[in-house]
Design a protein around this ligand. Sequence first.
Ligand code: AMP
Ligand code: MG
Length: 440
Amino acid sequence: MAKKSHEHHDRPHRHHYDAEMLSVEEARERILSYFSVLPAEATPLVDSLGQVTSEDLVASFDIPPLANSAMDGYAVIAKDTAGASKESPVELLVTGVIAAGQLPDHALEPGNAIRIMTGAPVPENSDAVVPFEDTDELERRDAGGSSESISIHLQAETWDNVRGAGEDVEVGETVISRSQILRAGEIGLIASLGHSSVKAFRRPVVAIVSTGDELLQPGEDHQFGKIYNSNAYSIAAMVTRYGGVPKIMGIAKDTIESLEKALEDAMDADLVVTSAGVSKGDYDVVKDVLSSKGQIALWSVRMRPAKPLAFGVLDRKDGTKVPHLGLPGNPVSAMVAFEQFGRPALRLMLGKPLADKPTIEAIMDDPIRNHDGRRVYARVHAYRDGNGVYRAKLTGNQSSGVLSSMALANGLAICPDDIGMIDVGEIAIVEMLDWPDDIF
Ligand code: AMP
Ligand code: MG
């Protein structure tokens, strides 16, 4: 297949970008310089998925604590079974039974066997377990009831079916090290050491303030001419997805007073996110408030959607500052901007490495057009074709207000700012929205 690269030099449609605006990377770097990792705290294990450990965890005992059986069977002395086979079994006297959770009450003597269940500690002197399948256990059981002795059908080798003490974890071992991201496996391992909590960097609390006289809160009765505040919910979902704790603060009117009041309640968060009110309209007051109540840092990024963006810090009453990300109001713009700037900020606060979104290269089924020298993030559905090659199809209307095409998308295909178009059949890099390596 002929693959064309969008890095090709003499392609048509190339045009110049607006140097006044920041690139996504420049904006991200500036924004991130205002964040630092949050303090660590004891976190219940059940809530810790995706958080990052702040200290090493050392085992204070062996796992398993004692040598124990890996099978349901008979604890034996391996050399007692020398030469045993189905045809010439070795008969051993059964002197007891040990269930999981019990400790053996007597040592194993030569010529004897002790019934043992999986996980039960092997008795003193025993150095192998013969599984029921390699004995006449079932025949004897069918013949009715327990018996005094058992026939062994297999020669056991030393330590057959015995799990050694400390085989999993040894006392003194560093089981989890600082800066480790907690996934199910790590969480289980910590629980196996008896801990119900883990010291991890705190989750960032993100206050979400929506602005706009036109907004209704979902749950309120529909009113003609008004629109529902969807941004708070899509942003809250992304905050949760990237490990933060969203706090939906409600709706501010398009006045400085109303916004100031709403921000006051939001400022004890680790990050304040507003939506809307950052473009050039008459009622776009976010930047005014950010300038008067804090310091504004930037306001325009060379990307589509989501060109209008505000970022700065708000001054808390106690003299500390809280970062404020002013997202555009259009629902897709707000989401795309949060992916690009909110996500890395959350990762940084959580103590995670600043991994980029996972990307693939896909052949475009539709063209992506770039009218004005901004990096375009096009909503696509990426899939593998019959040959296992990634392709990507636009999910519909790419207007920044059209949320349905965002809901259909599993990725954002990128047209670089200095490229006028990625044509059908050309390759685009696609940032995958929901691949799990994006969280860990
Ligand atoms: P603005 O940035 O205030 O000019 O808003 C841009 C567009 O986004 C307008 O069409 C708004 O109605 C829409 N919008 C603003 N806030 C929200 C919100 N919270 N949920 C959904 N749409 C919104
Ligand atoms: Mg508005």
